[in-house]
Design a protein around this ligand. Sequence first.
Ligand SMILES: Cc1cc2nc3c(=O)[nH]c(=O)nc-3n(C[C@H](O)[C@H](O)[C@H](O)COP(=O)(O)OP(=O)(O)OC[C@H]3O[C@@H](n4cnc5c(N)ncnc54)[C@H](O)[C@@H]3O)c2cc1C
Length: 352
Amino acid sequence: MRIAVAAIVSRRRSFSCDGGHSAVRKLLGVPFPGIPGRMSSVVADLTLASRSETVPRVSEHFSRYPKSANGFFTVLHPIDGERYRLIFGRFAAERPDRELPITTEEVQEALTAVYGPETTLGELLAASRFSDATRQVENYREGRVLFAGGAAHIHLPIGGQGVNLGIQDAINLGWKLAAAVRGWAPEGLLDSYHTERHPVAARVLRTTRAQSMIMNPSRDADLATVRDLFTDLLRLPDTNYFVSGMMSGLDIDYPGVGPRMLDVDLTTADGPTRMVRLSRSPRAIAMLRGALVPAPTRNRLCGIGLPDGMALPPGGEVRSFRRGLGSLRRTIGVRCGCHGRSPCDVVSSTSG
Ligand SMILES: Cc1cc2nc3c(=O)[nH]c(=O)nc-3n(C[C@H](O)[C@H](O)[C@H](O)COP(=O)(O)OP(=O)(O)OC[C@H]3O[C@@H](n4cnc5c(N)ncnc54)[C@H](O)[C@@H]3O)c2cc1C
């Protein structure tokens, strides 16, 4: 019964989205290969009885919070009113058992190490341990069961990419599953979920491992030179663009599909709008050349915006998708949705 809550179950397919400790994955005996955790950290919500000057008083940009001293690294920031969230750990220390209860003494030790003895714990409201374990299921589809989010991949949460990654999995899979269940999915559409999403998470797993090396506060001189070099590289606009596109997931470009649709001005039968507004609803967007027509026709189609925000380029893929497009009753025709890389010959405009 509990599993049924964590997974969306249909007669023919189940969707496992029950997190890194996925009961569905374990019950099916699906391997979760990867690298075991080498460090352990704690995330805790707490109040402070007293605070040194170094404790942040107000919410600021996240980059202001990370600190390290005396072998500990911390992130401490106010949540609301009196409550704080503290993340702390020690890279060099032996990794405690994940199930070991978190004591007020170990929280106080981290606070003292980084914020001084004047910073004292008030109440420990909630706390749990997490690690840098990095794992991914080999196939996102195991028979009738499809895995998404933490059930499919885990990694050090550094860089804040996990939620985005899981939501993108769900969006990519959601409309394909609907198409398969309703019977209009072109052949291979459901399998494209694994083909498209597995490499995306694999890249996040690789880059979070790299990040965990760079953020390691150890005094290792060689590591410090790598960190300095990377800091310099990030100041270059091209590197900055590359890394921000990668961490936000906005640079994803599925093979044979296309890039994310750009947020361009569009004209629809209901008036002017923007691509990002249309993309909020789970509809395909047919991008047409010339004047609007009630239904998209093949010879005027210059691209399709898929319900997950990606753009199908013109050509064979568009034609193979035509059957599905015809079945999508809520497809909307927009005029001239040039999505950047397609050879669409009408430039987008709100005026025409
Ligand atoms: C300390 C920490 C900080 C993080 N910070 C960030 C951040 O800033 N940004 C970011 O993007 N990511 C962050 N992450 C990662 C992020 O939390 C995960 O990537 C994300 O929660 C995964 O989402 P999910 O829905 O796949 O799994 P989960 O969030 O784990 O959700 C799974 C759900 O399934 C339920 N469930 C499980 N088993 C059962 C069952 N048998 N029956 C019923 N229900 C069940 C669980 O109760 C849970 O609600 C952080 C992680 C940690 C540990």
